[in-house]
Design a protein around this ligand. Structure first.
Ligand SMILES: Nc1ncnc2c1ncn2[C@@H]1O[C@H](COP(=O)(O)OP(=O)(O)OP(=O)(O)O)[C@@H](O)[C@H]1O
Ligand SMILES: CC(=O)C(=O)O
Ligand SMILES: [K+]
Ligand SMILES: [Mg+2]
Length: 479
């Protein structure tokens, strides 16, 4: 077992800068655990090729690399601008139009027919992740006349945000479901839902996959005010959460993003729901070999907040230094985790909060394990798992040793790839004696020696041969 030197997981968006075999291999070697494919960009054939390539290389390197399909959702975009960029000057008058035209002479096509119903005079309209701001002056047929409040260069296909305006598109689009079909055909199980507002959006996609006999793992992206309001129900219904700060930082006041991030991470930790912090983490490394101090600090703070994974977007999709960026992220993670190992603040807070909920057997097991880790020289926690639940429960305390999650299920292993401190190990055959299997694997790879102590969690198999919940802890001293 080739255990990494940091326990925070790294998600990389794969794009033109990172889809070659060489770069993918380096990304994996430097610490990428999850490859994110953004289906807002690229065509399906390209994505299919990249999926195959990632699987081949991960297999060669004997690493678990999860593949995550990020669905476009109802993101509104600018159409095609003829002479890019179109320069929008402060105070200028421009026209957005839902007509199917090429963008030129301060006329900007928009790929959302009902934009004329969504906005009213006075509505703010943000372009390009909020870098450009327009105010609606008047709506006339299919045209919206606007004044530029904050100017800048505008390129084709950039996103449009209409915070506070009523939207007339369902968060789950027909295109999203087509991509779910494609993903299922390619054997993917992890899907990110963009711009969802309530748990019903999650249920809709889950039911859609179920109607095809497939179980999927849903990462709910929090990037709308409505989703922040409904966060408790959304976490309950989701398999994982992503704080998608790119759109979120335009949809809600940017100064609220840090606190929303902290609150959502804490809630997700309590529910043992894996959480990804995304966007602009090392943004300046898209073009520079080193990040800013503020960016390095942002990555560290997200880890201290309790994030399971940190995500790279443009940095790895289109940046000049994709491999160096992942390397930098790994280094920041390692350094931050070293500090965490000397503090018990997180553990105590989490224990208190869990006792206040209605803890179950697995909650108590996870507390016991983490208490034991503090008092005994334990090297690993071994958690045989079907669904991934037990390793997730233990992981939320952010232990300083690895949780080795042995599973027969490849999809469970993939889904655990985004979980802090969890190292998934795929077992090829049905295992009857987990103690023997796990100890053999550890000894074979020199991860353990005589006198070392490990914890094994186990569940009982019910009369029907179905696995029950974990309810046993065993302390093993290696002989
Ligand atoms: N498969 C791809 N092909 C081409 N460019 C890509 C691809 N994936 C990402 N990119 C580029 O990388 C940039 C950053 O990626 P990111 O996933 O954050 O996209 P986005 O469109 O800003 O976000 P989202 O659609 O998730 O809200 C994008 O603006 C796009 O230019
Ligand atoms: C990742 C993403 O969609 C965002 O940050 O908006
Ligand atoms: K997307
Ligand atoms: Mg987004």
């Amino acid at each position: 077992m080739d255990l990494p030197d940091h326990k925070t997981k790294i998600v990389c968006t794969i794009g033109p800068a990172s889809s070659s075999e060489d770069v993918l291999r380096e990304l994996i070697l430097q610490g990428m655990n999850v490859a994110r494919l953004n289906f807002s960009h690229g065509d399906l054939d390209d994505h299919r090729t990249i999926i195959k390539r990632i699987r081949t290389i991960a297999g060669e390197l004997n690493r678990v690399v999860a593949i995550m399909a990020d669905l476009p959702g109802p993101k509104i975009r600018v159409g095609i601008i003829q002479d890019e960029p179109m320069i929008l000057e402060k105070g200028a008058h421009v026209t957005l139009t839902s007509r199917d035209v090429l963008g030129k002479d301060l006329l900007i096509p928009v790929q959302y027919k009902q934009i004329t119903d969504s906005v009213v005079p006075g509505s703010p309209i943000y372009l390009n992740d909020g870098f450009i701001q327009l105010d609606c002056v008047s709506v006339e047929g299919e045209d919206i006349h606007c004044e530029v409040v904050v100017g800048g260069p505008l390129f084709s296909k950039k996103g449009i945000n209409l915070p506070g305006s009523q939207m007339f598109i369902n968060p789950i689009t027909g295109r999203d479901l087509e991509i779910v079909d494609f993903g299922l055909e390619e054997g993917l199980s992890i899907f990110c839902l963009s711009f969802i507002e309530s748990k019903e959006d999650i249920i809709q996609v889950r039911n859609y996959a179920e109607s095809q006999g497939k179980e999927i793992f849903i990462v709910s992206k929090i990037e709308r005010e409505e989703a922040v309001k409904n966060i408790d129900a959304i976490i309950k219904e989701s398999d994982a959460i992503m704080i998608a700060r790119g759109d979120l930082g335009v949809e809600i006041p940017i100064q609220d993003v840090p606190i929303v991030q902290k609150n959502i991470i804490h809630k997700a930790n309590l529910m043992s729901t894996p959480i990804i912090t995304a966007t602009q983490m090392l943004e300046s490394m898209t073009g520079n070999i080193r990040p800013t101090r503020a960016e390095a600090t942002d990555v560290a703070n997200a880890i201290i907040d309790g994030t399971d994974a940190v995500m790279l977007s443009a940095e790895t999709a289109v940046g000049t230094y994709p491999v160096e960026t992942v390397k930098m992220m790994s280094k920041i993670a390692r350094s931050t985790e070293k500090w965490r190992d000397h503090t018990t603040i997180g553990l105590e807070m989490m224990k208190k909060a869990i006792h206040k909920m209605h803890p179950g057997v697995e909650d108590m097991i996870s507390i016991q394990v983490n208490d034991a880790l503090r008092s005994l020289p334990i090297r690993y926690v071994i958690t045989p798992t079907v669904s991934g639940k037990t390793p997730r429960h233990i992981s939320r305390f952010r232990p300083d040793i690895w949780i080795l999650a042995f599973s027969r299920y490849p999809l469970t292993c993939e889904q655990l790839a985004m979980q802090y401190a969890v190292y998934p190990v795929l077992t090829r055959q049905k295992v009857f004696d987990w103690e023997e299997t796990a100890m053999d694997a550890l000894k074979k790879s020199d991860n353990i020696g005589e006198g070392d102590m490990v914890i094994l969690t186990q569940g009982q198999i019910s009369g029907h041969g179905k696995p029950g919940g974990t309810n046993l802890l065993k302390f093993i001293v290696v002989k």
